[in-house]
Ligand binder design. Structure first.
Ligand code: HEC
Ligand code: HEC
Length: 367
């Protein structure tokens, strides 16, 4: 995560300070340390941004019941009959499964996977897995929850000024609920680490405790700005030079490019952004509906994720966890989960010959 070339000396220094905040380990208030990264908790998920977004990369879900949530988290809410959401009385809007010494974490999470077998029209078999989460204490019958893996964040500075075909207020997060990177980062500080800031002045307090510090902001506005500058300047991931051109043709033929739009113009300058996304919400059908609406997004709606970076992700792990909860082990399973507005595209993919399906998957491996 070295600074990009061509920064002025001042910007470069701010980038370095932002990088230290991103990688730094926050400590509980009142503890001594080498820096001013204090204010962690009392409830939190992880102690640093980098714990979930290692080197700006994506997270993964637990493998099974014995595994901790390391780079993923759980959103929660109580949903009424007309789809209105209120924070859960015990857990709020996100389960913090860690806490500072002397405080109990909100809950114990245990994730299991249910296997669902399926077949292509040509008879080839596949297996999908669906998460099944146990939360203790029991959140009750009206609670709905949503598992989220950390999103890859390299290149997000180019997504912010991208001109979308259908503009909306939100663009960051799996459900596009945050309008800007600074708001997304401020929410991450507050929700994921318990660090109050200019946008989130109320600390997340455990049930029964009334004084949880915070108030004026445990991180300064300047530090939030430096952190945000750093995240905005992270260069986009590299793609490979060689592309599977037959696969690229098929990507367009079966309609993937309707949502994963290869390239869109930018307000920031003449160079378009090649991120393979429209950053818009789409109905993805019942298979990906986890029952929890968020902001303007219904429970079955998700933001089209950029596909840039698949080359790097899949070079490290061919079965890298994809989709909002990491249920897909690699891009093929991700496609097979597409439904709703993307159902036709998924069915057309399934109807391709195995050879053509492999061309399309090969193309994705180069993005
Ligand atoms: C506990 C793990 C975790 C920690 C810690 C964490 N994040 Fe995230 N991050 C996530 C998850 C999960 C999402 C997706 C959120 C959602 O949609 O619900 C996300 C999304 C983001 C996004 C949006 C990317 C996009 O394409 O829309 C940015 C930017 C981001 N995080 C920055 C940060 C920063 C900066 C920090 C430190 C202050 C941080 N994160 C700490 C898990 C984490
Ligand atoms: C109607 C819009 C739409 C169409 C058409 C569509 N997608 Fe998607 N795609 C999405 C959305 C939305 C998600 C995120 C779903 C989620 O996280 O649960 C997604 C997720 C993915 C992912 C996982 C990315 C990640 O970072 O986790 C891959 C890979 C993908 N799509 C490839 C394809 C391919 C290939 C096609 C064509 C066969 C296709 N998509 C067609 C909207 C679409």
């Amino acid at each position: 995560m070295a600074p990009p070339a061509g920064l002025s000396e001042d910007t470069r220094a701010a980038y370095e300070r932002g990088r230290l905040i991103f990688n730094g380990h926050f400590r509980p208030s009142g503890t001594q340390g080498p820096d001013d990264l204090v204010g962690l908790g009392p409830l939190y998920n992880r102690i640093s941004c980098a714990s979930c977004h290692s080197a700006g990369g994506r997270g993964f879900p637990p493998d099974g019941p014995g595994d901790n949530f390391l780079t993923a988290l759980v959103r929660i809410g109580v949903v009424d009959a007309v789809g209105g959401v209120t924070p859960h009385p015990l857990f709020g809007t996100q389960i913090q499964d860690r806490a500072v010494p002397g405080v109990d974490p909100e809950a114990k999470l245990s994730l299991n996977w249910e296997i669902q077998p399926g077949k292509y029209p040509d008879g080839q078999a596949y297996e999908l897995r669906k998460p099944s989460l146990d939360i203790q204490p029991d959140p009750g019958a009206l609670a709905h929850w949503s598992i989220r893996i950390a999103q890859p964040i390299r290149g997000i500075g180019l997504l912010e000024p991208m001109i979308l075909p259908k503009d909306s207020t939100g663009r960051f997060g799996w459900k596009a609920s945050e309008p800007t990177i600074v708001m997304q980062n401020a929410a991450a500080l507050a929700q994921d680490m318990g660090i109050t800031n200019v946008f989130h002045q109320m600390p997340i307090c455990p049930k029964g405790q009334t004084d949880c510090g915070g108030g004026s902001g445990e991180i300064s506005g300047i530090s939030l700005a430096e952190l945000t500058l750093f995240t905005k300047l992270l260069p986009p991931p590299d793609s490979t030079d060689v592309k599977d051109t037959k696969g690229e043709y098929l990507f367009h033929l079966v309609g993937c490019a309707a949502c994963h739009i290869p390239e869109l113009p930018s307000r920031a300058g003449p160079i378009p952004v090649r991120a393979y996304t429209d950053l818009s919400l789409h109905d993805m059908g019942p298979g990906l509906d986890d029952g929890l609406p968020e902001g303007d997004a219904k429970s079955f709606e998700w933001r089209t994720p950029p596909l840039w970076g698949l080359a790097e992700t899949l070079a490290k792990d061919r079965a890298a966890p994809l989709l909002h909860d990491g249920r897909a082990r690699g891009p093929e399973e991700a496609i097979l989960w597409h439904g709703g507005e993307a159902l036709k595209s998924r069915n057309d993919f399934m109807a391709l010959s195995q050879e053509d399906r492999n061309h399309l998957l090969e193309f994705l491996k180069g993005l």
